[in-house]
Design a protein around this ligand. Structure first.
Ligand SMILES: *Cc1c(COP(=O)(O)O)cnc(C)c1O
Ligand SMILES: [Zn+2]
Length: 394
């Protein structure tokens, strides 16, 4: 384990979540066993890759997360969608939560806490329920998509609402964790969560080999790093010979990392009041920004930002051309890919994977704003509409 702020180093210690010296973010370095081979793995989902997951687990708390579909585009056979909406609570957060909650249980914690824009909350609530832990969620009041709030309520979490953005809640959880050690934090500054999320890279590699590009929506910026980390572990073990270029996609109103990358700045300028329809990435101060910038730079990737209009247009296009329903933050990857194509950053022959991070049902309000034909009809005369359409289209 190594602190990315002060360089502190330590042997693997599952109790350690932030740097004991400076409170900074820790990296867990994993070396795959020399015998690692996909053909020897058993089972499905996140724990299929347990030889690669750091830590010792007395008990594993799982709801069969991971093993999500990698869906080939119907328009371009080089392009794939990794549909993380197929996880038990409908987002990739479940991959990290199974590891973090198993770790919390193994270390004897009874109380867990998370700040969230919604999906971490839903996932943490489900896994805490399954583990029999008490959970407190810190949510930005009136800023959580209705599906995610409903899930958190269903799974029985205590919900603490704060005025302001996610960043306010995140800061509060960080302080709580530092001052009150009995509470286990489930946010992505917890590096054990990223051990689970990195299995996205293992699954992609096992199914189609190494892509040229992986597009990832970026909010708090843990996931893009986790996926890159997975690929680098496979490369360092000689399983693959290179790592894909990681492309981070942010929403324009919450794009500190994308702007830093595009302007060649080493440090992002944080956004005080982030705004976007893509609530899962409405984050102005991404806690993992250093890790994300490292992943982007070392993979020779890049970052892009997209407007809310581009996001909503991408959500409709993905649904209406490919039959895939993903929430607004998720389709940032698709919107980013379309923009990258336009700008010549990628071409159609590049093998590309877009990470679709969460399910469309998470945010019904965004879907229902889409244009649709909804007609009040006389049930005896449905054919008038259909035959009328036929006449119009010839
Ligand atoms: C959490 C989340 C993200 C952002 O992931 P980070 O690791 O915070 O960058 C993107 N999309 C969805 C749907 C999410 O739930
Ligand atoms: Zn440190």
């Amino acid at each position: 384990m190594r602190c990315i702020e002060c360089g502190f180093q330590s042997e693997l210690d599952q109790k350690m979540i932030t740097c004991p010296r400076c409170g900074g973010i820790l990296e867990i370095s994993v070396k795959l066993p020399p015998t690692f081979s996909f053909s020897k793995l058993r089972g499905r989902g996140v724990w299929r890759y347990s030889p690669a997951i750091a830590g010792n687990y007395k008990k594993i708390v799982s709801i069969s997360e991971g093993g999500t579909p990698l869906i080939r585009s119907r328009e371009n056979s080089e392009v794939y969608y990794k549909f993380e909406g197929a996880n038990p609570t409908g987002s990739f957060k479940d991959r990290g939560m199974t590891v973090a909650i198993s770790s919390a249980v193994s270390e004897g914690y009874k109380i867990v806490v998370a700040a969230s824009t919604g999906n971490t909350a839903a996932s943490a609530a489900a896994y805490s329920a399954r583990a029999g832990l008490k959970i407190y969620l810190v949510l930005p009041k009136d800023k959580v998509a209705i599906g995610k709030l409903a899930q958190s309520i269903l799974y029985g979490a205590t919900i603490l609402e704060v005025e302001g953005s996610f960043d306010v809640g995140m800061k509060a959880v960080m302080r709580l964790y530092k001052d009150v050690g009995i509470v286990y934090p489930l946010n992505s500054f917890n590096p054990w969560r990223l051990e689970g999320q990195k299995t996205i890279a293992y699954e992609i590699t096992e199914e189609i080999g190494v892509p040229d590009y992986v597009f990832v929506p970026v909010g708090n910026a843990g996931n893009i790093y986790a996926i890159w980390k997975g690929f680098t572990e496979l490369r360092d073990a000689g399983v693959i010979d290179r790592v894909p270029r990681m492309v981070g996609v942010q929403a324009e109103g919450a794009s500190p990392i994308a702007k830093a990358i595009l302007n060649n700045q080493d440090t992002p300028q944080f956004v005080e009041n982030p705004e976007t329809v893509a609530t899962a990435i409405r984050i102005g101060k991404p806690v993992n920004w250093k890790k994300a910038m490292k992943a982007i730079k070392e993979s020779q990737g890049t970052a892009i930002y997209v407007s809310d209009n581009e996001i909503m247009e991408a959500q409709r296009e993905l649904a209406r051309k490919e039959g895939i329903g993903a929430e607004p933050a998720s389709v940032a990857s698709f919107a980013g890919y379309k923009k990258a194509l336009e700008h010549g950053l990628v071409d159609r022959t590049s093998k590309t994977v877009m990470i679709l991070t969460g399910h469309a049902l998470k945010d019904p309000d965004s879907m229902i704003k889409s244009s649709a034909r909804r007609i009040i009809v006389n049930p005896d005369h449905l054919e008038n509409i259909i035959l009328g359409d036929l006449n119009v289209s010839g």
